[in-house]
Every structure is written in C-alpha cells, then in structure tokens.
Design a protein around this ligand. Structure first.
Ligand code: HPA
Length: 261
C-alpha cells in the first residue's frame, strides 16, 4: 500500500515513530521556527497524498524533532473545493497515523460568525458542524465507521492549549463550521450558521477530524480568524494576509503545547 511505503520513508526521516502530526493551514509553514529541526520531503515523493495531480501545488512534509517530540508537519492540504474526494482529503491523516502519530494538530484559516470575534483572533476548536455533505467514513473500507464524535476535539489537549496561551493570542474557543466552499458565505448564510451554533466557518478540517477520530487519534484544532463573515466584503487576499500575520503566534503556541502532547 502507498500509505505504508510513504510512512516508512517518514519514519526513516524521523528516526522512529512519529509522535504528533500537524496539518499546517495557510501561512503556517512559513512561521515554523528553527527549534523544529526538520527535513523536507516533497509531496511528489509521497504518492499516498493526492497532490501530484494538482499542477503548481507544492506540498511538503516536514519531519523532525520539535520540543523533544518526533513531528510530521504537512504543508499543503487537499480540499473538497479543488475536486478531491473525502477519501483524498483525509489521506494526510491516514499517513500521519501510519507514521505513528497518536495526536493530530489541525490548523486552518476561518471567518468569524461570533460577533465578539475579530480578525487576528485565534480560536481553539471546541467542536464542529460538518456541513460539507461528505464523510470520509462513507468509504466501505474505512474502519471503524460508526465513530463516536461526542468529544472529537480532545478536552485534555484543549486544556493544554489554554494553559500555554498568552493574552496576545486573543484565544477564543468555539464551534467550527466546515463547508465545501469555495465561495464565501452570503449574509443570510452567515446569519443561519450563527443561529445554528457556529462561531467560525471555513473549508477544511472537519473531514480530517472525523478520520482522525476513527483512527483513535487525539485531535487539537485551531482556527486563525482572518475576517468577519458578512461584515464587509471578504477577499482571498485579506484572508491570506491576516493568516500570515497571525501564523507566528500560533506556531509559538504549538511549540509550547507540544511539550505536553
Ligand atoms: N468563509 C469560509 N472560509 C473561510 C473564510 C470565510 O469567511 N475565511 C477564511 N476561510
């Protein structure tokens, strides 16, 4: 199997089983500091990841030691809005698991639905609403399939993150809504998503969390709040620029939290 071959490559690079997998959202790869002693493996060398079919997309896996933990950090993820299936979107999680990861840190950029949130805030994901209409466990070969999701985002790891956050992180904690995208939300959709309990909305993460829970991995999720949905016009440029500006703070928090993961 491709995943087994790829995980062998990763375990060789890590000199052992990986402890923690990290999925790096927009801007985060550039924010990784020198404390993470790593080698980079291009996704082209990891055929279990679906990226080679995306021209111009340069994914990389960073493998190495960070805070005494063996870490696999994946820069570049497949999204439903790019035409990938739920199985392809979650190949990264299967690879992290096969490489040994017990815990998975998922990061993303998201728009605020909660009126007290602002661009530049960091949201710890307490729970999610999967409104993508997809589920990676629809695959008949996924096992187990009837997975408990009552504490999908680890209470233990959320407590670790809270403990290490400082006021500059402007840490919030809330419910992430996962949609297919790629269009941003209408004003009516934003009101609806808020009404049903969403605090932030984005186009990733929920399927990866489902896959991770089915593989019995502990999940820690963070959203960089890049814009306020429905307040003003949302542009991809604004989302990317705010994510880049907030990413170093999140990387620093992950670095501290890793000690206890
Ligand atoms: N909506 C959906 N996805 C997003 C947003 C948003 O406003 N901002 C960043 N990702």
């Amino acid at each position: 199997m491709q995943t087994d071959k790829d995980s062998t490559l990763i375990k060789d690079a890590a000199q052992g089983e990986v402890d923690v997998g990290i999925v790096l959202g927009s801007g985060l790869a550039e924010a990784l500091g020198s404390a993470f002693q790593r080698v980079a493996i291009p996704y082209g060398d990891l055929p279990s990841l679906p990226f080679k079919s995306l021209p111009g997309h340069h994914g990389q896996a960073f493998v190495g030691l960070w805070q005494g933990k063996r870490v696999l950090a994946l820069s570049g993820r497949a999204h439903l809005y790019q035409g990938f299936t739920a199985g392809e979107v979650t190949a990264n999680v299967r690879l992290a698991k096969a490489s040994g990861a017990r815990a998975l840190i998922l990061t993303n950029a998201a728009g605020a639905l909660n009126p007290v949130y602002d661009a530049g805030d960091l949201m710890l994901i307490a729970d999610h609403l999967n409104l993508t209409g997809c589920n990676p466990l629809l695959d008949a070969e996924a096992s187990p399939r009837f997975v408990d999701m009552s504490e999908a985002y680890s209470p233990r790891l959320r407590a670790v993150a809270r403990r290490h956050a400082s006021p500059e992180h402007r840490l919030r904690e809330g419910v992430y809504v996962g949609l297919v995208g790629p269009s941003y939300e209408t004003a009516a959709e934003a009101r609806y998503l808020r009404t049903i309990g969403g605090d932030a909305v984005g186009m990733s993460t929920v399927l990866e969390t489902i896959m991770a829970r089915s593989l019995d991995m502990e999940v820690l999720g963070f959203s960089l709040i890049t814009n306020v949905v429905g307040a003003t016009e949302t542009t991809h440029e604004e989302v990317m620029a705010t994510a880049r500006a907030s990413a170093p703070g999140l990387a620093a928090l992950i670095e501290k939290a890793l000690v206890e993961i």
